[in-house]
Design a protein around this ligand. Structure first.
Ligand code: AMP
Ligand code: ZN
Ligand code: ZN
Length: 432
């Protein structure tokens, strides 16, 4: 298994064969309207920011494995103690929270799989009809805000970037294909950064599925997981060194982050919802371990709630009773009943087929096992600065500040993260 994971990331590392899909671009059309850039003096007004997401990279992996590249980035730039995910701590909700600055309850991707009672349609990452339908994607991803204000953007697989949200894609983007090796994604990032300034993107966002996959298989303390963490750090090192060799390296911000962490699970610790909600009841159970949303009508809401509310090792809430710190339950897509397992427990909707001894995520965001990473270096960032843990909804505001664009309305707050930036990136107006 470990070999398969490593093979995928290393395959084609030296390949420079680049097939870039130039979806659309507006050559300098809006440049005249760009606001004055605070770092323009050293970069002739042109700066690029690269954001790499390593799925499921738990905040403390650098304490468990050897990660010299991340350590180096922390030295030359900023490291957050941890990046707090939004609830539920799953991949789709969180990548889209990072992109939009909204909690999942507000942007609408309320889980990896859910049901929309108004449209009467299910959503899941494997359901292409739904995944590519902009109707499921609320808010304004940062690539659209940037593009509307004259910047060029690129994305290699960020959640939502291959969907025509507001009828737009990033200027350069790819349709998701999980079999494309990390090395090819890195080659493409370097290619984008090497393009002439007139067509070079100022914002590049790229995604890789590991170490999430291996963390699910072997758990957050598995030697296979920690060995891949080390491997990924080396590959990030290759990318970072290639960026540093570019002629305009001093004008490139480099951010490495993740969407959530990983918690150890065990076959000994699971709850099967079907032991309490018979198949014959007209109740939809949608989601994945450890998060489920239940959709019912009339008396079936209370029947389901009463059947689950006293079950040990899970939390069962009606939408209005969800704890405030989870900011969840106002969107009809969250259903009539919300279930999440307690830390280290699993919840399923069928008898597990095989022992689940690895790991999972999706738990309460106060469980630090769910916390992610945030490392950043480059002309906009302070050096050797450690920032306290912060929630990922603030990243949109941080990126908007670095890109010098007007942000859309979000749940985030620039004041929570502005101290990471060098003074020239801080607005002149005093911050309230
Ligand atoms: P999770 O179940 O939350 O661990 O989801 C992780 C999985 O999401 C990855 O293994 C990918 O296969 C999948 N994934 C991530 N980004 C995308 C995307 N943009 N489109 C489709 N699937 C994705
Ligand atoms: Zn993930
Ligand atoms: Zn996962």
């Amino acid at each position: 298994m470990i070999k398969a994971h490593v093979r995928i990331i290393l395959k084609g590392l030296k390949s420079i064969s680049l097939r870039i899909a130039f979806h659309s671009f507006f050559p300098g059309m809006f440049l005249a309207f760009l606001p004055f850039h605070p770092v323009s003096s050293q970069c002739n007004g042109f700066q690029s920011t690269v954001v790499i997401s390593l799925d499921g990279f738990r905040w403390d992996y650098p304490e468990k494995a050897n990660t010299p590249t991340l350590d180096q980035i922390a030295k030359t730039g900023v490291k957050a103690h941890s990046l707090i995910p939004s609830f539920p701590s799953k991949t789709f909700p969180n990548h889209y929270s990072i992109a939009t600055g909204l909690v999942p309850d507000h942007h609408g991707l309320v889980n990896n799989s859910f049901y929309d009672p108004k449209m009467k349609r299910p959503y899941s990452m494997g359901n292409a009809d739904a995944r590519f339908d902009p109707a499921f994607y609320g808010g304004e991803p940062i690539w659209i805000s940037a593009q509307k204000q004259g910047l060029r953007t690129a994305s290699f697989y960020w959640v939502g970037s291959d969907v025509a949200i507001q009828g737009k894609h990033p200027d350069y983007y790819k349709t998701y294909d999980g079999s494309v090796p990390f090395s090819e994604r890195i080659d493409t990032v370097i290619h984008w950064l090497s393009m002439p300034q007139s067509i070079r993107p100022q914002l590049i966002m790229a995604y890789y599925e590991e170490p999430d996959g291996i963390g699910h298989d072997f758990g957050p303390d598995g030697k296979e997981t920690l060995s891949l963490v080390h491997e990924l750090d080396s590959i990030i090192g290759i990318l970072y060194n290639r960026i540093k060799m570019l002629p305009e390296a001093d004008c490139i911000n480099f951010i490495v982050l993740s969407d959530h962490g990983m918690g150890a699970t065990s076959t000994e610790r699971y709850v099967n919802l079907r032991d309490y909600i018979p198949e014959s009841w007209p109740v939809k159970i949608v989601g994945g371990n450890p998060n489920y949303n239940l959709y019912a009508e009339g008396k079936w809401i209370d029947s389901s709630y009463n059947a689950l509310k006293k079950v040990a090792h899970i939390k069962t809430w009606k939408p209005t009773a969800v704890p405030e710190h989870l900011s969840y339950g106002t969107n009809p897509r969250t259903g009539n009943i919300i279930v999440v397992a307690d830390s280290a427990w699993s919840v399923t909707d069928r008898e597990p087929k095989k022992p689940a001894t690895g790991g999972t995520h999706g738990y309460d965001i106060r469980n630090t096992d769910m916390h992610a990473i945030f490392y950043a270096t480059g002309p906009s960032f302070r050096e050797g600065y450690i920032h306290p843990s912060f929630q990922n909804i603030h990243i949109y505001a941080l990126l908007a500040q670095i890109l010098v664009i007007n942000p859309a309305l979000t749940d985030g707050d620039l004041n929570q993260v502005i101290d990471m930036l060098k003074p020239q990136n801080v607005p002149n107006d005093p911050i309230e």
